[in-house]
Design a protein around this ligand. Structure first.
Ligand code: ZN
Length: 178
């Protein structure tokens, strides 16, 4: 597949990361194309998951691959949660920041596949956490929202730097168009 140079991972500070993604009514070829591009981008960046808002598309699509197979899901929804598990998580949109996040250990999930067919999954452990992380993105929620006050203080400078770098990029691209 050809690399899409326009496809970039959105970094903390980008408002799209805080928007609630829209559910997809009719699954069409364009969605399959975006899901493939997302899977490729996730792979290139050595990620285990990616949500559409992370590439600037505010629609309910995620890809997940922890090494045991690729999931491409549309409108994913958690239908059952059980137990709890605390893992240190990173996020491709917040480079350099790791946060311990407490999530459900086991989940049941419903979604549509890339052709609009209903899917039902059970997941536990790391896979369950990655699904929950990506579904959080669809609700505009980020790992930093789970940080304790102490952690927030620790990462505040890093976040400010990411935000500033993003603002500078925006200014630069505006200047290029000027
Ligand atoms: Zn993330």
């Amino acid at each position: 597949m050809k690399e899409n140079p326009g496809l970039k991972i959105r970094i903390y500070g980008d408002p799209v990361l805080r928007k609630k993604a829209k559910p997809i009514q009719d699954v069409i070829g364009e969605h399959r194309k975006i899901l493939s591009q997302m899977a490729q981008l996730m792979l290139i960046n050595s990620g285990v998951g990616l949500a559409a808002p992370q590439i600037g598309i505010s629609e309910k699509m995620i890809v997940v691959d922890i090494g045991s197979g690729l999931y491409k899901l549309i409108n994913p929804e958690i239908t059952k949660k059980e137990g709890s598990l605390c893992l240190e998580e990173g996020c491709l949109s917040i480079p350099g920041v790791n946060i311990k996040v407490k999530r459900a250990k086991k989940i049941c999930l419903k979604a549509l596949d890339e052709f609009g067919k209903p899917l039902f999954y059970k997941a536990e452990g790391l896979l369950a956490c990655v699904f929950q992380h990506e579904i959080d993105h669809l609700n505009g929620k980020l790992i930093i929202d789970y940080a304790s006050l102490f952690q927030r203080l620790k990462i505040a400078k890093k976040l400010e730097k990411l935000k500033r770098a993003k603002d500078e990029r925006v200014l630069k691209s505006k200047a290029e168009f000027a």
